[in-house]
Design a protein around this ligand. Structure first.
Ligand SMILES: Cc1ncc(C[n+]2csc(CCOP(=O)(O)OP(=O)(O)O)c2C)c(N)n1
Length: 504
C-alpha cells in the first residue's frame, strides 16, 4: 500500500466518506485514488476557500468527517477560514493537502510553501490524536509520478467522536444558589440532537428565554419567549446560556456588566465573554440530562416583565412600516416555514429574525455558521449542509453573498428542487448603520465601514442559470413561486421605511 493509499484508508476507517476535491497537479494522485474507489461521495470545486466551507457544511449535515482535498501552496492556505469556523464549531472538517516531497521544503521551488502546521492551533495534525470534535489537517508529501490505482472497494466505517466530559454540579449550584435575582436563559445555535432536551428543560424551569432562531426551538418556546429589548437598561442578575454564543445585542451588553453572573453550557467550552463567567464544556443535552430529577425546579422565581408588551410594540411598527427591512424579513420568515431547512447567513438577518420573525411555526431544520462569525464561505457552507435536502432556504446579506460569488459552481452537484437563495440587498453592511460610534464619523469614514454598493444581482443569476425574483415590497411576495431550479430572490427593503422603523 502506498503512503497516500494508507492515509485515505485510515480516513475511511475514521468514518470519512465525503471528499471535496479541488484542482491541481500535485493532488492528482489523491484524486485518482478517490475516483477509483467505490462507495465514496466525491464532490468537485475549483475554489478552495468555498470547497472547504462546503466540506464543513457536509460535516454539519452528516455529523461525520468530510475532507477537502487540495494541491500544494496557497491552495492549502485558502482553507484557513473554514478550518477556523470548524474549530470553533467543533466540526470534523479534514484538510487533506498534497505537498511536494520533503526535500523541496525551503527551496523556493514553485508552489512550495511551509504547509506543515499551517493552521496552527486550529487543527490537529495526526489521526491518532484526533477526537473528531474539530478539524484535522493531514499534509501528504507526494512524488511526481502517476499513481497506479487498482480497483478498490472503499469501506467507510463508523464515526464515533470521543465524548466531552462535564461537571454537572456547577449547573446545579448556579440554578440553586439561593440568591433571589431574576434568571434568564439565552439560547444560541443548538445542535439538532440537543434541541429536545433543551426545550423540555426550559419548559420545566419556566424562566424567560431569549432564543436565537438557529436554536431551532425559538418558536416552540413562544410562551417563555421575551424580546431581548426587555432587558436594555435592566439586565438580569443571572444568565444561563445554552449552545453557541447568542447573536444579539444583549450578549454584548453582558461583557461590560460583570454584575450579571453568567453560566454557559456549550460544546467548545469557550465562555464567549472576555470578563469573568462560568462555563461547562459538553454536549448541551447531555449536561442537562445529567442534572437528573431536579428538585429545585419550581423554586426559581423571576421578576422580569414578560416580553409580550415589547413584542406587541414591534408588531405595531411592522404594520406601520411593512416595506422596511424588519417588515420584509417578517414576511420572509412566514414564507420560509414552507421549506425543509433554513440557513441564515450572517448576524443582522439573525438578529432581525429573532426580534421580528414570526413566532408561531417552528422550522423543520434551522442553522447558521456561528463559530467565528465570518461572512465568508456562507453560501458554500449552506450548499454543503443541504446538498441532499430539497426545499432548502438560505438567507444572506448582500456583502456576504458577494463574498462567495463562486458558490453557485456547486449547484449542478447539489439538490436544487425547491431551493431558494434569498439575498437581502440593502446596499452594504447595514449591521454597522446603527452602531452608535458610526454617527461620530465623517461620511467617507462611514462608507469604509458600511462598504455601500449598488449591484443588481440579476446578472449573477443569469450567469449561473438561476431563476430570479426581485422583491421590493410585501406585495412582491405574491409572485414567489418555487420550482425545479434554484430561485434567487433579491429582497430590496425600503431604506426610508427602515430608518423610520428604527427611529420610533
Ligand atoms: C470574513 C469577514 N470579513 C468581515 C467581517 C465583518 N463584518 C461583519 S458583518 C459585515 C457586513 C455584512 O454585510 P451584509 O452581508 O451586506 O449584511 P447586512 O449587515 O447588511 O445584513 C462585515 C463586513 C466578517 N464578519 N467576516
Amino acid at each position: 500500500m502506498t503512503p497516500e493509499q494508507d492515509i485515505v484508508d485510515r480516513l475511511l476507517k475514521a468514518g470519512c466518506g465525503d471528499f471535496v476535491v479541488c484542482g491541481g497537479a500535485r493532488n492528482a494522485g489523491l484524486v485518482a485514488l478517490l475516483e477509483a474507489a467505490e462507495g465514496l461521495q466525491v464532490w468537485k470545486h475549483f475554489e478552495e476557500r468555498g470547497a472547504a466551507f462546503f466540506a464543513m457544511g457536509r460535516a454539519k449535515d452528516t455529523g461525520r468527517p468530510c475532507a477537502v482535498v487540495t494541491t500544494s501552496g496557497t491552495a492549502v492556505a485558502e482553507c484557513l477560514p473554514a478550518v477556523i469556523e470548524a474549530h470553533y464549531s467543533c466540526l470534523p472538517l479534514v484538510v487533506l493537502s498534497a505537498d511536494r516531497p520533503e526535500t523541496f521544503r525551503g527551496s523556493g521551488a514553485p508552489q512550495v510553501i511551509d504547509q506543515e502546521g499551517i493552521f496552527g492551533n486550529h487543527a490537529v495534525r495526526s489521526l491518532d490524536g484526533w477526537n473528531g470534535h474539530g478539524p484535522l489537517h493531514l499534509n501528504v508529501p507526494l512524488e511526481e509520478e502517476v499513481i497506479d490505482c487498482p480497483d478498490w472497494q472503499a469501506e467507510v466505517e463508523g464515526f464515533l467522536p470521543q465524548r466531552i466530559s462535564f461537571e454537572v454540579r456547577s449547573l446545579r449550584d448556579f440554578l440553586d444558589d439561593g440568591v433571589f435575582k431574576g434568571i434568564v436563559a439565552m439560547v444560541g445555535g443548538l445542535d439538532p440532537e440537543d434541541r429536545e432536551d433543551v426545550f423540555y428543560f426550559l419548559k420545566d424551569l419556566g424562566i424567560p428565554v431569549v432564543a436565537d432562531v438557529n436554536s431551532g426551538i425559538r418558536e416552540l418556546l413562544q410562551d417563555l419567549l421575551v424580546s431581548e429589548k426587555t432587558f436594555s437598561g435592566n439586565l438580569p442578575g443571572r444568565v444561563l446560556r445554552l449552545g453557541e454564543v447568542p447573536v444579539g445585542r444583549l450578549w454584548r451588553d453582558l461583557e461590560a456588566n460583570p454584575a450579571t453572573s453568567v453560566l454557559s453550557i456549550c460544546r467548545n467550552g469557550l465562555p464567549g465573554l472576555a470578563r469573568k463567567s462560568m462555563v461547562i464544556r459538553g454536549e448541551v443535552g447531555r449536561v442537562i440530562r445529567g442534572l437528573g430529577e431536579a428538585d429545585f425546579i419550581g423554586d426559581i422565581r423571576d421578576d422580569f416583565p414578560r416580553g409580550r408588551p415589547i413584542f406587541s410594540q414591534t408588531d405595531e411598527r411592522l404594520e406601520s412600516f411593512p416595506d422596511s427591512e424588519p417588515g420584509l424579513v417578517n414576511l420572509l420568515s412566514v414564507y420560509a416555514t414552507t421549506g425543509e431547512s433554513l440557513f441564515i447567513g450572517n448576524s443582522l438577518p439573525i438578529r432581525e429574525w429573532n426580534e421580528y420573525g414570526q413566532r408561531e411555526t417552528p422550522y423543520a431544520r434551522v442553522f447558521a455558521n456561528r463559530g467565528a462569525n465570518g461572512i465568508d464561505g456562507q453560501l458554500s457552507s449552506w450548499l454543503g449542509a443541504t446538498a441532499e435536502t430539497p426545499d432548502s432556504w438560505g438567507v444572506f446579506g448582500d456583502l456576504t453573498a458577494l463574498y462567495d460569488l463562486a458558490a453557485p459552481a456547486m449547484f449542478p452537484q447539489v439538490e436544487c428542487q425547491g431551493r431558494v437563495l434569498v439575498v437581502i440587498n440593502n446596499g452594504g453592511g447595514q449591521i454597522f448603520e446603527r452602531l452608535p460610534r458610526l454617527s461620530q464619523l465623517a461620511e467617507n469614514q462611514k462608507d469604509a465601514i458600511v462598504q455601500s454598493q449598488n449591484v443588481d444581482l440579476r446578472g449573477w443569476a443569469q450567469m449561473w442559470n438561476l431563476d430570479y425574483l426581485r422583491i421590493e415590497s410585501r406585495e412582491g411576495f405574491d409572485a414567489l413561486e418555487v420550482g425545479e431550479r434554484t430561485l434567487l430572490v433579491e429582497l430590496i427593503p425600503d431604506s426610508g421605511e427602515t430608518a423610520q422603523f428604527y427611529a420610533v
